[in-house]
Ligand binder design. Structure first.
Ligand SMILES: C[S@@+](CC[C@H](N)C(=O)[O-])C[C@H]1O[C@@H](n2cnc3c(N)ncnc32)[C@H](O)[C@@H]1O
Length: 369
């Protein structure tokens, strides 16, 4: 059966694999190569499931790519040259020379004496030499993905190996359990432009909270352009990371939270801190807004009910970005219930577990006409 690599937050393995089973034909996991990184197989292969997810993305699977070749590794520094030679033979003919590409490698076995950078440089070197295609790591249109991993002996014995299998078959000899899983795919079908969906942002001077990364990632993933000099409401704003990001994008911000905002925000005249709960603010003749963001620490269903109550404070074109906190069990049930509440007043434009989400997901909503 065709194989692929799926990546998700390991705390949400169950929900990610449910999505894969639901949206593929006879999909099943083969082995967990590292927490949250799955070798899996399905009858309709990468292309079947990826095209379905292009239309309707999953929430929990962050990244996927096809396994077009499983190349045996020796575990020595010679692997890099060996991989490059094999990639040149097998993948150069498939690479579109007119489209920018990048090589994205992940090394999951810490005993291997090379780093992702070494693999990326060696493989892109031979591919560009052979095809003339340009490397563009920021905006690639096609990606050669590589995961180097060690399988457990049990998984390795169940795994269907290619002609490069270096396992010894005689009893007592060491079995090769290290492989590079390599695949070429259009970036659009990978669910993320980043290796394994790992989107890192540089820490900035003046950053208030790590939560800022969450909003930056959401604006990027959902391709949200904020209106120039728009008015935004930040529910659950303290200590003020999201408010700071919104200010950087020239929004006027009403920040609602009973807790204090970071003192560095105090002198900004374009921030109004309402030191109260969102419920109190709603009863306090609130304004109208272009955007409401909500990162309140609150049960997802209660938060959805509050957003329904706040729909009247959004302009007709208004948008919402919010998180659903999913701490314990019954997470799928909670998501289904909370989204059904939101649908009373909103269209759900996107729902994803972002790299910077911990025990939560992020939703992007538009007010219903
Ligand atoms: C995860 S923090 C928000 C972090 C913020 N997005 C940032 O970037 O700094 C959650 C906040 O929700 C606030 N909160 C919880 N219940 C609330 C309510 N009913 N109304 C307003 N804020 C609430 C808490 O006081 C807390 O500051």
């Amino acid at each position: 059966m065709p194989q692929l690599i799926l990546t998700c937050d390991p705390d949400f393995n169950d929900l990610a694999l449910d999505e894969f089973r639901r949206d593929s034909v006879y999909g099943a996991p083969v082995a967990e190569l590292s927490p949250g990184i799955w070798l899996a197989e399905c009858d309709d292969g990468f292309w079947g499931v990826a095209e379905k997810w292009l239309e309707q993305p999953p929430i929990f699977v962050r990244h996927l790519y096809p396994v077009d070749a499983a190349i045996g590794l020796t575990g020595t520094a010679d692997d890099v040259a060996g991989l490059a030679a094999q990639v040149e033979t097998e993948f150069a003919p498939a690479l579109d020379p007119d489209l920018p590409y990048s090589v994205q490698s992940r090394i999951l076995d810490s005993d291997l004496p090379y780093k992702p950078f070494d693999v990326n440089i060696a493989l892109s070197g031979v591919l560009t030499q052979a095809t003339g295609a340009a490397v563009d790591v920021r905006n690639p249109e096609q990606v050669l993905s590589v995961v180097c991993a060690r399988l457990s002996a049990e998984d390795a014995s169940r795994f269907a190996f290619g002609p490069d299998d270096r396992r010894q078959t005689t009893d007592g000899a060491e079995r090769n359990t290290r492989f590079a899983f390599v695949g070429l795919s259009p970036t659009d079908l990978n669910l993320s432009d980043w290796a394994g969906g790992v989107r890192r942002f540089a820490r900035e001077e003046g950053q208030i909270s790590r939560a800022e990364f969450k909003l930056l990632e959401a604006l990027e993933v959902f391709r949200i352009d904020l209106p120039p000099r728009g008015v935004a409401l930040d529910l659950g704003a303290a200590p003020g990371g999201w408010t700071r990001v919104l200010r950087q994008r020239e929004q006027f911000v009403t920040a609602v939270d009973p807790a204090e905002l970071d003192p560095r925000l105090a002198d900004d005249k374009a921030i109004r801190h309402k030191r109260m709960t969102a419920e109190e603010y709603l009863a306090d003749e609130p304004d109208e807004f272009d955007l409401i963001v909500n990162d309140m620490r609150m049960d997802a269903r209660d938060s959805a009910r509050l957003m329904v109550a706040f729909a009247g404070q959004l302009y007709r074109h208004g948008l919402v970005l919010m998180t659903f906190k999913l701490p314990g069990s019954d997470r799928q049930k909670i998501i289904t219930h909370a989204t059904s509440i939101l649908r009373q007043r909103y269209e759900i434009l996107g729902a994803r577990q972002l790299f910077h989400n911990r025990s939560e997901i992020t939703l992007f909503l538009a007010k219903k006409g």
